[in-house]
Design a protein around this ligand. Structure first.
Ligand code: ASC
Length: 150
């Protein structure tokens, strides 16, 4: 019984860790995956943004839930920029692979800012969220400007 419990715990740990090391069968699967993660991130970031910009009433719980999704999604796209995923249905620029260290720096920056945004949202204070929102948006934009075709 104890063994079964350990096996179950181990299996669920791997299930959670799997996205971080997922190998894709085809390059187009990786492209689809990273676009999906970025799309979900944008949707939830936009919901926080609506409150920050006064287009939606502030609801601390909703802000926190959405910021948590942004922080979780911010970790996912990067391993899907592997070899052979520079072609196909993508606006990714070749610079991503030519400047891999710089690209990773941008990805790390976004994750750090998104984590700060989620921490700010946990305080339940809109001013804290506003302060963290700008740097997060800037880190989205910096990579789009440098690494995404129009
Ligand atoms: C968003 C979104 C982005 C970023 C970027 C910030 O809401 O979808 O890609 O913010 O526009 O400048």
């Amino acid at each position: 019984m104890k063994n079964l419990a350990y096996t179950t715990i181990l299996a669920s740990m791997f299930a959670i860790a799997a996205p971080a090391q997922a190998q894709f069968a085809k390059p187009e699967d990786a492209i689809k995956y990273r676009k999906a993660a970025l799309t979900v991130m944008a949707a939830h970031f936009g919901r926080v943004g609506a409150m920050v910009n006064g287009r939606a009433p502030f609801d601390a719980k909703v802000a926190q839930e959405n910021a948590d999704v942004v922080a979780a999604m911010s970790k996912l796209p990067w391993h899907a920029f592997g070899e052979g995923t520079d072609r196909g249905d993508t606006r990714a620029k070749p610079e991503i692979w030519k400047e891999a260290a710089k690209f990773k720096e941008g990805a790390d920056k976004l994750q750090a800012e998104a984590t700060k945004l989620a921490a700010a949202a946990k305080t339940g204070n809109l001013d804290n969220i506003k302060a963290a929102f700008g740097p997060t948006a800037s880190s989205c934009k910096a990579c789009h400007d440098a690494y995404r075709k129009d």
